[in-house]
Design a protein around this ligand. Structure first.
Ligand code: AMP
Ligand code: MG
Length: 336
């Protein structure tokens, strides 16, 4: 198979290009498309064979469920059985946007999508190309991130091609994604309502609507089949938390691994870049610009990987807002 690439300007969507993509979806093909978080790998959620191909090309374990994407609120009822008032409130506030809700699954949705669970994860992406594609396809799209399992999620079409070239039908190219980290996943099927993954919507923002919302315990996240697909780098990754001694600690670690003859890189905040003059440094973003940091995170991790670093020492960011989502991904990459 040869993967085609179509470039679409999100400000001026040419419907003929969307139609080309829709044709492939209708035939049971796989189309990677931009969302505001990361690029997704979409298939018709009601075509089990097409969904099976997603698992196959991503090398994703079949027990790791996919997120279903919709473009209109009424389509929620195609995939979810019940939508309670709280879900309605969250949807009014955060959709379209980077919030995925876990709800009771409708019986019509194929089991492969939800890995056999009786719940479904669903969201409405805030990206004109994604919305147009889903709307024209007239079906919800099952769409995990368009990367190989274990690699960082793709924030550009090039990242998608790096992992999936000639394994999928089409990539719709529309530039770098706005957010750069995945959606926040909120489970509304069990009390206390809990955040299974932090992402584009922060804990603080959710608490303003649902004061009782909790961060899921690690045991819950590590339940069978869940969240194994997070980024796990080839390199050894070490996160040094924010704080007074952060720069010293980073330097100590770099010296230690250099002494062992390792190829070491530093992922630093912009304001600290020149404190590491003799080291190989890549800049995540200014420490107080968490949006920039989130936007660069996966790209930088891919660069470190491409350049065959053996150790990456990372300056942690503030644990608030999007910073929590960034730290959650870094800690998982670290193996914590
Ligand atoms: P991805 O789209 O690749 O970022 O992965 C989707 C994430 O959503 C995975 O980590 C899944 O474990 C999670 N997810 C999908 N469906 C469910 C569900 N029904 N319950 C809990 N988590 C889910
Ligand atoms: Mg993923």
């Amino acid at each position: 198979m040869k993967t085609s690439v179509i470039r679409i300007n999100p400000q001026k969507i040419e419907i003929s290009k969307i139609e080309e993509a829709v044709k492939l979806i209708k035939k049971g093909g796989l189309v990677a498309f931009p969302t505001e978080t990361v690029y997704g790998l979409g298939a018709d959620a009601f075509n089990s064979k097409a969904v099976a191909k997603i698992f196959e090309v991503k090398q994703r374990p079949l027990n790791d469920p996919l997120i279903v994407h919709i473009a209109d609120k009424q389509d929620l009822f195609k995939v979810a059985k019940k939508v309670n008032r709280l879900a309605g409130k969250l949807i009014d506030k955060f959709w379209p946007g980077p919030l995925t809700l876990v709800l009771e699954k409708s019986s019509e949705l194929p089991d492969i999508v939800t890995a056999g669970l009786d719940t479904v994860a669903v969201r409405m992406p805030a990206h004109p190309v994604a919305l147009s594609l889903i709307r024209e396809a007239k079906t919800p799209l099952a769409a995990p991130s368009a990367n190989l399992s274990g690699k960082p999620s793709p924030t550009t079409a090039e990242h998608v091609l790096e992992d999936l070239k000639d394994k999928i039908d089409l990539v719709i190219e529309a530039g770098k994604t706005e957010l750069g980290v995945e959606s926040t996943i909120l489970d509304l099927t069990q009390k206390p309502f809990s955040i299974l993954r932090l992402g584009g919507v922060s804990w603080e923002e959710l608490r303003a609507v649902v004061p009782q919302v909790k961060l899921a315990k690690k045991e819950k996240i590590l339940a069978p089949g869940m969240f194994k697909g997070h980024y796990s780098p080839q390199a050894k990754l070490i996160v040094v938390e924010e704080g007074k001694k952060q720069v010293e600690r980073v330097k100590e670690l770099v010296h230690k691994f250099l002494a062992e003859g390792k190829r070491v890189g530093v992922m630093a905040k912009g304001e600290d870049r020149f404190k590491y003059r003799n080291f190989k440094v890549k800049v995540l973003g200014k420490g107080d610009d968490l949006r920039a940091c989130a936007g660069n995170l996966f790209s930088l991790l891919r660069e470190f990987e491409r350049e065959k670093f053996e150790v990456i020492v990372v300056e942690g960011v503030k644990e608030k807002g999007l910073g929590r989502a960034i730290m959650e991904r870094l800690r998982k990459a670290e193996g914590r």
